[in-house]
Design a protein around this ligand. Structure first.
Ligand code: ATP
Length: 328
């Protein structure tokens, strides 16, 4: 037990994701529940450096569980990457008599948290908030479920217009290094092909599959492409490559972009955020630090930040097989 723990601070950092607010609410309210004080820090690590703190109560987080983005705002802080910046951050935490910090963010934010913890022996705990689902030590990150539901909804609409005109659509979704969004939303939306960074099956296979789709009498085809796919062509180049090789296709491209990050969190993300927030505070109370809260097989678990940052979150290979079977 950490008997000296009296005051916790919480911040959101890096890219925003739906569910961050629900996690802030959970950290604030579980702090109150356990008789701790809770401060929020605005604008991520930059707010730590600038002393942008506010004391919250249980009522400060009314009606935020349903809101997308982050009410604490986020920032990419260059200053926090420097020892001088981190010294200022530490001084501000000390001045506000804060004993531990909860960081809601992605692997960059966790790298900052780990370095900070090592330099000042300051207790930190991470909550994975990123739509990419690319963090080792948790089956789900906050915002991922909302994002794939957003993508499926949009692809459903694209499908309506695609089938009315007998078109082939390439839909680019987020995922520079990880194909979770593409793979799961692609299956959910009944995509004919899914291109992800983890597996490059080559352009010949893509053409073959699209030829088969045409032969089998499909009225539309959708190819979901993760930003970081390894075909060596961007989504527009892919579209013209297919048009050149399969001239009977009328090809269109849709790049979904930032809309994938926005919107109200799904029920799944709200529940996940609530569980992670409670578990983060309880873990700090029991003396844990330098770890990330995650969920595995529906059980909360802690992973050292270093492992969470360096480990690789693997895609489920079985999902690729499912796509192949179902896209005949
Ligand atoms: P996302 O996955 O959405 O990009 P992220 O948490 O990985 O989220 P980053 O911009 O990589 O986002 O990191 C957020 C912040 O964490 C940075 O702006 C910086 O302040 C801090 N940070 C990242 N890497 C380091 C580092 N090596 N040293 C110190 N601070 C860092």
């Amino acid at each position: 037990m950490n008997e000296t723990l009296k005051r916790i601070a919480v911040l959101t950092s890096g890219g925003d994701s739906p569910g961050m607010n629900a996690a802030v609410r959970a950290v604030v309210r579980s702090s109150m529940f356990y008789g701790l004080e809770c401060f929020v820090v605005y604008q991520g690590y930059q707010g730590l450096i600038d002393g942008n703190f506010e004391k919250f109560t249980a009522r400060s987080v009314n009606n935020i569980i349903n809101k997308g983005g982050t009410i604490l705002r986020s920032a990419r802080s260059l200053e926090f990457r420097t020892p001088e910046g981190r010294k200022k951050a530490f001084a501000n935490l000390q001045n506000n008599q804060i004993d531990a910090l909860v960081v809601i963010g992605g692997d960059g934010s966790f790298t900052g948290a780990m370095i900070f913890q090592e330099e000042f022996k300051f207790p930190v705990i991470g909550i994975p908030g990123t739509i990419d689902n690319d963090i080792f030590g948790t089956q789900y990150t906050l915002g991922y479920d909302t994002a794939i539901n957003t993508v499926v909804e949009v692809i459903d609409k694209i499908r309506d217009t695609a089938s009315s005109h007998n078109r082939l659509f390439f839909v680019e979704v987020m995922g520079r290094d990880a194909g979770h969004i593409a793979l799961n939303s692609g299956i959910g939306a009944g995509a004919e092909e899914i291109l992800i960074p983890e597996e490059n099956r080559g352009l010949e296979q893509l053409l073959e599959s699209l030829k088969n789709s045409e032969k089998s009498g499909k009225s539309s085809s959708i190819v979901v492409v993760a930003e970081g796919d390894k075909t060596g062509k961007n989504v527009f180049e892919l579209a013209s490559y297919v048009e050149q090789n399969l001239p009977y296709y009328e090809v269109r491209v849709s790049v979904l972009g930032h809309m994938q990050r926005g919107g109200a969190p799904s029920c799944f993300d709200r529940v996940l955020a609530s569980r992670m927030g409670v578990h983060a505070v309880e873990s700090l109370k029991s003396g844990k630090s330098n770890v990330m809260v995650g969920v595995m097989n529906d059980q909360m678990q802690l992973t050292p930040l270093e492992k969470a940052i360096k480990g690789k979150s693997e895609i489920n290979q079985n999902l690729l097989r499912v796509t192949d079977i179902l896209s005949i």
